[in-house]
Ligand binder design. Structure first.
Ligand SMILES: N[C@@H](CCC(=O)N[C@@H](CS)C(=O)NCC(=O)O)C(=O)O
Length: 227
């Protein structure tokens, strides 16, 4: 298959903050309520005070007619449509854009040690969520007789190793939670949603950490989805 360059709409990252969302265009986050990666973006917008500039619009990755596939050729959510009509994805790029838009250095610290610790934690939590989604998709996309236990066990082991490491050495919690902390809360919330809180008994320190996160970020409870 020939490699074709994706049609690239220019991305205008200098777009000014929206003074009056009632009359001015807003950013649009294409998402679904249950998406942990979209939740990460929404929580990031919330802690940065940007939710007033953000409209949520449902997207269906399974619907070939959904404009999502034009906005993100990968057909994945979240995708962010900014006011000039260009789009940003994936969630890591979106949260970085939000941080930039809020002045920078807020949820992605500028100081190198804190910055790379936050980005590393985000990579770990996103990787756990990726593995978890693959397990969910195995059940959703393949009939039971085609489920490959070796594959889902392989993914589940990643999550177990990461949970063990985080329980042994729980992360800190910044006054404005950083991208890693937000991503971890979204992974744990997705575990609660799809696996009925099965991580909680073995991870009391992480349970306490998530309670502290929820107390600090009201949008976490506001975006909770029940099975
Ligand atoms: N690396 C992506 C992952 C996004 C992702 O996996 N989204 C899921 C829903 S939570 C999705 O769109 N799945 C449909 C698909 O994989 O086609 C991100 O950080 O945004």
């Amino acid at each position: 298959m020939p490699i074709v360059a994706a049609p690239a709409a220019p991305v205008n990252l200098t777009f000014k903050r929206n003074p009056d969302p009632a009359i001015a265009p807003m950013m649009i986050l294409r998402s679904t309520p249950a998406s942990p990666f979209a939740r990460k973006c929404f929580l990031a917008a919330s802690v940065l005070g940007l939710t007033g500039e953000l409209k949520l619009e449902t997207a269906d990755p399974n619907d070939a007619a959904d404009s999502l596939r034009a906005q993100n050729p990968l057909g994945k959510i979240p995708a962010l449509v900014i006011e000039d009509g260009s789009t940003l994805f994936d969630s890591r790029v979106i949260v970085e854009y939000f941080d930039h838009r809020a002045g920078g250095g807020k949820i992605i610290p500028s100081e190198p040690k804190a910055r790379f610790a936050a980005l590393r934690l985000q990579a770990l939590a996103d990787g756990m969520t990726d593995a978890q989604i693959l397990i969910v998709y195995e059940a959703r996309f393949r009939p039971a007789e085609h489920h490959v236990k070796k594959w889902t066990d392989y993914q589940a082991d990643k999550i177990k190793r990461a949970l063990d490491a985080l329980e042994t050495n729980p992360p800190s919690l910044d006054s404005i939670p950083n991208v890693g902390q937000i991503a971890l809360a979204c992974f744990l919330g997705h575990r609660d949603l799809r696996f009925a809180g099965d991580w909680r008994a073995a991870c009391p320190k992480l349970v306490a950490w998530l309670d502290r996160f929820a107390a600090k970020v009201p949008a976490f409870a506001e975006t909770k989805v029940t099975p």
